[in-house]
Write a protein that binds this ligand. Structure first.
Ligand code: ATP
Ligand code: MG
Length: 329
């Protein structure tokens, strides 16, 4: 069986539709065919300032949303990044494998650092930690959204560089980025990525939004002055984004949806999409709230996941430390 691995940051109360479509939906599919590892990236979260109580709460909320979306702890190893301290050990080694210029060229670093006054060193070294998260477990595929393509490419380069220097140690993973659905845009600014940290409140569809709020956001989505429902991301980013979302939630190809709405108005598409989104996300929301009633059970599952993950991580660190010439203690 091939192995899949991915993570999501614990940076908000609710995951958003971009996370759901770009990441979670793929996780749920891949656990059926792959040996699967999914983690909550709480260490990545602190690259920007976090409130401790909120970070704790959001970590559990994120686990609950993983489970509610259909990630099955019987099929997947689910764990919290900081529970496996080997991630920081490997991260240091990979920081020493990464060039400063290489890290500074990452667009996520450029975007996120441009927006803040205080920029932590961690925001710069983020991709080395991400490479460590991945290479630790030798996955064959890493399902992520389009925005993570550059980090994945760096991860592959670091794996190859290390293997070349020290002998074959890491699997060079493929990026699992689905073609059309890999980037969901803000409904109010359809040229900007829907994002936990940067979207406009009205343009951000949260998994945990109440059905009414969800429907309202879809109905007030920004489109254009034209009236034709067509898929054309360059000229019609708003409508194209709605079509992409419709397609990923319904499983229908975009062409079929365009045909179905031929001659209809934008309002029809928005209402149909709002209904579909409520139908898809309401059960996830309800299940998440149920799961959050029993945090002890979530913590129990996370402890099992951490043990399983750490068993692999220990082996990787041993191997890496031997190869780079660290004396055994
Ligand atoms: P932040 O703004 O804090 O970075 P985020 O919304 O980008 O948060 P992450 O936790 O960084 O969320 O990303 C988790 C996963 O979701 C990654 O695989 C990422 O590629 C994917 N993802 C994030 N936003 C989108 C989006 N708008 N469309 C598709 N996939 C997305
Ligand atoms: Mg992100």
């Amino acid at each position: 069986r091939l192995r899949t691995l991915s993570g999501i940051q614990a940076t908000s109360d609710s995951l958003h539709l971009g996370n759901y479509i770009g990441a979670l939906q793929q996780f749920v599919e891949q656990q059926e065919t792959h040996d699967a590892f999914f983690f909550i990236a709480n260490m990545h979260a602190i690259t920007v300032e976090q409130d401790p109580a909120l970070l704790r709460e959001r970590t559990l909320r994120t686990v609950a949303q993983f489970l509610a979306a259909g990630i099955d702890p019987e099929k997947s190893t689910i764990f919290v990044q900081s529970h496996v301290p080997e991630h920081t050990q490997l991260s240091w080694v990979l920081e020493c494998t990464t060039g400063l210029g290489e890290a500074q060229r990452m667009t996520q670093f450029k975007d996120k650092s441009a927006k803040r006054e205080k920029v932590s060193l961690g925001l710069l070294t983020y991709p080395a930690l991400m490479a460590a998260d991945i290479l630790m477990y030798h996955p064959d595929v890493v399902p992520v959204g389009e925005d993570q393509r550059q980090h994945l490419e760096l991860t592959r380069n670091l794996a190859e560089r290390f293997n070349h220097r020290y002998g074959r140690t890491f699997t060079v993973p493929e990026a699992g980025i689905p073609k059309e659905t890999a980037k969901i845009y803000d409904l109010q600014d359809p040229t900007a990525k829907m994002s936990k940290s940067a979207a406009s409140p009205a343009g951000l569809i949260n998994i945990l939004d109440e059905p009414k709020a969800l429907a309202k956001k879809f109905k007030s989505a920004v489109t254009d002055n034209d009236t034709v429902i067509a898929y054309d991301p360059e000229r019609k980013p708003g409508v194209s984004n709605l079509l992409t979302i419709y397609s990923s939630l319904s499983g229908q190809p975009i062409d079929a949806i365009v045909t179905e709405f031929d001659g209809k108005m934008y309002g029809h598409l928005k209402v149909a999409l709002a209904d579909l989104a409520v139908e898809t996300l309401s059960p996830v929301r309800e299940r998440t709230l149920e799961l959050l009633d029993d945090p002890a059970e979530l913590e129990r599952l996370l402890a099992i996941g951490a043990d399983a993950a750490q068993a692999i991580a220990e082996q990787t660190i041993k191997d890496v430390y031997d190869r780079i010439g660290f004396l055994r203690r």
